[in-house]
Design a protein around this ligand. Sequence first.
Ligand code: G4P
Length: 199
Amino acid sequence: MELLKRVIEEKGTVLSDQVLKTDSFLNHAIDPRLMDAIGADFARYFADQGITKVITIESGGIAPAYSAALHLGVPLVFVKKAHPVTMTSPLTARVHSFTKNREYELCVEQSLIDPGDRLLFIDDFLANGDAFKGICSLADQAQASLAGAGICVEKAWQNGHALITGLGIPLNVLASIQSMSQDDGIMWASPVSDAISRG
Ligand code: G4P
């Protein structure tokens, strides 16, 4: 998505060859017009996939997921990383974050995912796909299926992309970073959507 790449080039900061700061428009401050365009792009891409619900993980995934759900006309569920006392029947999955080097537990109220739901997973960043694996586990427990994955920014040298496409799940990545460094900036990967099996 050319708009997202342009905003990243103008407003993002390469902190290291592993981490891109996007706080001013994606996952701390949020640019509503950019989110609207991102949601519209995901909704166009997954229009024929029979999506019944969008699912994401708090907090960085919520804005693009909300926009995608609005454009698709389906509900959004965001999975929590802490277990609130109000959650009576949680489904849980343990996740290891490579980027943050820590373990955390995903939890979602069982009644919010229906058996047979066709879920579209949306997230801000894709690295090794560990969060995605956790979402797959929650979907399995709820007897729902993952019908697609929409990612704003992927780090193409990590394993997440191959993990998702290897499962035959349609994947739409809006901005794929081949490599980055503080000296040379961002090198974009060639468009990935061409290589996608749309199931
Ligand atoms: P994975 O699921 O693909 O394996 O990814 P990993 O756990 O390694 O990292 C996911 C978390 O790290 C996400 O935040 C994601 O937004 C963030 N992240 C990963 N790489 C970058 C990066 O280069 N820049 C920025 N800004 N964030 C990155 P999270 O743990 O879910 O927390 P939250 O911030 O969304 O609450």
